[in-house]
Design a protein around this ligand. Structure first.
Ligand SMILES: [Zn+2]
Length: 339
């Protein structure tokens, strides 16, 4: 049987999936092991080759059945899969600077390898999950984690852009001053911008901007007693789900920021769907429904024709990267007659 593989090299783990020509995923849950990217390309690429072999054997296939592999990693990297010369948080070993990770993996595996950054891979999975490989659909996906990633899929194709930075939705500036309840807040992003989407909608934003802003307004709050904002930030989602007023307010502000951002996307692309994924909304369905309703509430009024724009929660969050990478590989395999 001929299949394509998806390989998600994340900050802490490598995750694998396999998909058939009929678009059936052969691995249901997580198939992963810790990532050794800190030890440099030599060690890391060999562990991907070995891990993929194990994943293939696990479903009763062999190496030769895999015709294309799709790889996704955190950026920054070029559209062709060359990592930034300046290195990055996830690729600290000096040998990664300017490294052609796609080409090198392809040489080791002896098959074509496609490349996406992790945000674009997540977006492709979010899109595929709703529309399949329907060529006419357009969607915009945001993935809220430590930062904010995502992607734009136009007529079934991931927009990578000239240098691979297409879909860097986290650094799109927002008129955040329009969000009620944060008067005087100046949200700064690690990229140097003030008031972009990531600066008001990410785990980093909670620790860096929201807790310093809200804790003095809730002087007896339990998170104020922790003495560590980064640690406290990780507890905000759980407390919001339990109905804690301050933490729920932080999520309400993030939802309204998304409402403004999605309004910008509606006016730019008139998409068929908007999708939200990532750790921030890996919560109960009840909380997800509340969050989506707050996104709608945060949007400026829509034209009558566009007011029914659907907002979906991305399923299979943990495996979204690998699945999106596999879809990209599947499209490549089809276009090149390899399946
Ligand atoms: Zn930014």
């Amino acid at each position: 049987m001929r299949v394509v593989a998806g390989v998600d090299l994340g900050g802490t783990a490598v995750n694998y999936t396999l998909v058939t020509q009929e678009e059936a995923f052969l691995i249901e849950g997580l198939c992963e092991h810790p990532a050794r990217s800190r030890e440099g390309p030599e060690v890391c690429l060999q562990q991907i080759v070995d891990g993929l072999k194990r994943a293939v054997e696990q479903v009763g296939l062999c190496d030769a059945d895999v015709v294309v592999a799709g790889l996704d990693t955190p950026g920054p990297a070029s559209a062709a899969g060359v990592l930034s010369a300046e290195g990055s948080t996830n690729f600290v070993h000096r040998d990664w600077g300017g490294f052609d990770i796609r080409g090198s993996l392809s040489a080791r595996l002896g098959i074509p390898v496609t490349y996406l950054n992790d945000g674009n891979a997540g977006a492709l999975w979010g899109h595929f999950n709703i529309f399949g490989t329907n060529r006419s659909a357009t969607s915009v996906t945001v993935v809220i984690g430590t930062g904010l990633g995502g992607g734009v899929i136009i007529e079934g194709r991931d927009i990578k852009g000239r240098k691979g930075f297409g879909g860097e939705l986290g650094h799109v500036l927002l008129p955040y001053q329009n969000i009620r309840g944060i008067h005087g807040l100046v949200p700064e992003c690690n990229c140097g911008r003030t008031g972009d989407l990531e600066s008001v909608c990410s785990l980093t934003a909670i620790g860096k901007s929201f807790l310093p802003y809200f804790l003095p307004r809730y002087p007896d709050h339990e998170l104020g007693k922790l003495g560590n904002l980064n640690q406290a930030a990780k507890l905000v989602r759980g407390l919001a789900e339990k109905g804690d007023p301050m933490c729920k307010e932080i999520f309400r502000v993030q939802a309204h920021a998304l409402g403004i951002f999605f309004d910008e996307m509606i006016n730019t692309f008139d998409p068929d769907a908007l999708v939200v994924g990532g750790g921030a909304i890996e919560t109960s369905e009840e909380f997800q429904r509340w969050f989506v309703a707050e996104i709608h509430a945060g949007m400026p009024p829509q034209r009558e024709e566009q007011a029914d724009i659907p907002i979906y929660i991305m399923p299979n969050g943990d495996t979204a990267g690998a699945r999106g990478a596999a879809i990209e590989a599947l499209q490549f395999a089809r276009a090149n007659g390899l399946l």
